[in-house]
Design a protein around this ligand. Structure first.
Ligand SMILES: Cc1cc2nc3c(=O)[nH]c(=O)nc-3n(C[C@H](O)[C@H](O)[C@H](O)COP(=O)(O)OP(=O)(O)OC[C@H]3O[C@@H](n4cnc5c(N)ncnc54)[C@H](O)[C@@H]3O)c2cc1C
Length: 510
């Protein structure tokens, strides 16, 4: 039995100057039971788990993250943060540090790689793609979470769980048991938590696997470039592109090579390159090799009692359009403040259930758009004809804009009932007095943006900030923003506002 390696020990105060493990009241626990040591245990410190830990810490929730790996991922998968995720990073003051590690690219050609310029006048100051290695995002988010007081323990694989009326007991692979009031499975596509819950994961299995890796090549660069250009003229698909000094990134269909259960080898790559390009370019010395499929699945439930699922644990789809990580981070943003409200005891009835109600349809829509994109990448004549037709249609700004808003998630609208067009949507960053709106949202609280300067957040001031600014560029008198930046109410009537403050933020303080 090995003892888990604890990478982050308890710190005296967190980035907000608080003692992260001061005793919190544990509403609902019987007087004679020992309160669980943690409010929330998160299984998995990928992008979703790390983001969720940070969001919970903004609300003083005692968080432990358990990650089975002891080392950061060896693959250097470059992912793209899309507009909504970039906005979320700006909203929590994380964007500057991510920009240091990434490259801004145009917000275009996202849908099935159809080349069209991004629509003009996107309503976001962050209208670009941020290309950045996934391990960097994970490390930055983990650092942010630990700076806020989250504990992260590496080398801890969760193997079992049981829940009762007061909490969840989990068992680690080494037999150690830990207890918390809530548990969130952010443990990726093969989620142990999802399997232990018995939650179904219906959808389509992988039909086409792809090999991806980074390696050196013996052939001269000019010869490689000429061959790649020659193959591009055919209906064969592969990518072999320079990726740093002497290194090439290779992406090629796996089509029948090696056992899916085994990690791919350099010989698999050589074989496939010979099949597709007629030469293996003398590839050797791989930095890393991986294989991924195009399975598409959606968890039938995101919550079973005190246990919830987020990120790839709840949904998987092919990487086309680069949406999976973005979707997981956005799940975490939606769930964080709701679960915190539940833990802190001020959550209105059913607030936590709005997590599934809002996020499952968003994931279902992403699954659908990846299915559609895959069809459009087929070399069969029918899908190629549809692709040509869509390419023409995208010359209409409304079509191009619709598809971009889908992929970048700035078009997401939660169903909060009928009303103003902004209701349920994200509010873009605005110039306000003082500075910009997102700069005022770093602490993850609600916000009343009041152009009339007549309304008040009254007894909710401990959960909701107030900004009276008659000059804000807003097509509404007053807007109530949730901590995830979505619009919960629009109006100018104090009683109506109070009703909505109760709906989202619980009872007012005395
Ligand atoms: C080739 C490729 C390219 C991609 N490109 C993009 C892109 O451009 N943009 C984008 O948004 N997405 C992209 N994705 C998808 C993205 O990588 C995933 O959606 C993302 O990693 C999901 O994050 P997650 O935190 O939910 O899960 P994961 O990243 O899988 O993290 C889960 C974590 O849980 C840990 N874990 C698992 N089981 C246990 C256990 N029992 N106990 C403790 N810990 C456990 C794992 O070690 C892991 O660290 C791409 C995927 C692929 C394959």
């Amino acid at each position: 039995m090995h003892s888990p390696q604890v990478t982050t020990e308890r710190s005296a105060t967190d980035a907000l100057g608080r003692d992260p493990f001061h005793a919190l009241p544990a509403p609902g626990l019987p007087a004679d039971s020992t309160p669980p040591a943690f409010d929330v245990i998160i299984v998995g410190c990928g992008p979703t788990g790390a983001m969720l830990a940070a969001e919970l810490r903004l609300h003083d929730v005692r968080v432990l993250v358990l990650e089975q790996e002891t080392e950061p991922a060896s693959f250097v998968r470059i992912v793209g943060l899309h507009i909504r995720s970039i906005e979320l990073m700006a909203m929590r003051g994380l964007l500057e540090r991510l920009l240091e590690h990434g490259r801004r690219r145009p917000a275009s050609a996202f849908f099935a790689a159809i080349e069209k310029p991004a629509p003009a006048d996107l309503d976001s100051p962050y209208a670009y793609l941020l290309g950045i290695p996934q391990p960097v995002i994970v490390q930055q988010l983990e650092d942010h979470a630990t700076a806020l007081g989250a504990q992260v323990r590496h080398g801890c694989a969760v193997a079992g769980l049981e829940q009762d009326d007061e909490g969840v007991t989990i068992e680690l692979a080494d037999g150690q048991r830990l207890r918390s009031r809530y548990l969130v499975g952010c443990d990726g596509a093969r989620s142990t938590v999802r399997k232990l819950l018995g939650v179904d994961f219906p959808g389509e299995p992988s039909r086409n696997d792809t090999l991806m890796g980074e390696m050196q090549a013996g052939a001269p660069p000019e010869e490689i470039a000429a061959k790649v250009a020659e193959v591009r003229e055919t209906d064969k698909r592969f990518i072999l592109t320079p990726f740093g000094p002497d290194v090439y990134r290779v992406i090629i269909p796996a089509a029948g090579v090696s056992d899916r259960a085994q990690p791919p080898t350099i010989e698999d790559f050589r074989h496939q390159l010979r099949v597709v390009a007629g030469t293996d370019f003398g590839v050797h010395s791989p930095r890393w090799l991986s294989r991924f499929g195009d399975a598409t699945r959606l968890a039938e439930r995101y919550r079973v009692g005190r246990v919830l699922l987020a990120g790839d644990a709840a949904h998987i789809h092919p990487p086309i359009g680069g949406q999976g990580l973005n979707l997981g981070v956005q799940d975490a943003f939606n769930l964080g403040w709701k679960l915190a409200a539940q833990v802190r005891g001020w959550a209105p009835d059913s607030l936590l259930d709005t997590y599934q109600a809002e996020r499952q349809p968003v994931a279902a829509a992403v699954l659908d758009n990846t299915r559609a994109q895959l069809e459009l990448l087929s070399t069969e004549p029918g899908p190629q004809a549809v692709r040509r037709l869509l390419t023409e249609l995208m010359d209409f700004d409304v079509v191009n804009r619709h598809l971009l808003e889908k992929i970048t998630a700035i078009g997401v609208r939660y169903d909060l009932g009928a009303g103003h067009d902004l209701l349920g949507r994200r509010l873009p960053d605005l110039d306000v007095e003082p500075g910009n709106l997102y700069g005022l949202l770093h602490h993850g609280r609600g916000m009343l943006l009041d152009r009339t300067k007549r309304l008040t957040v009254g007894g909710w001031a401990d959960r909701v900030d107030y900004l009276g600014d008659a000059t804000a560029a807003l097509d509404a008198a007053c807007v109530l923003l949730r901590p995830d930046g979505h619009v919960a109410w629009i109006g100018d009537d104090q009683q109506d506002l109070d009703d909505h403050l109760s709906r989202w933020f619980g009872k007012p303080a005395d």
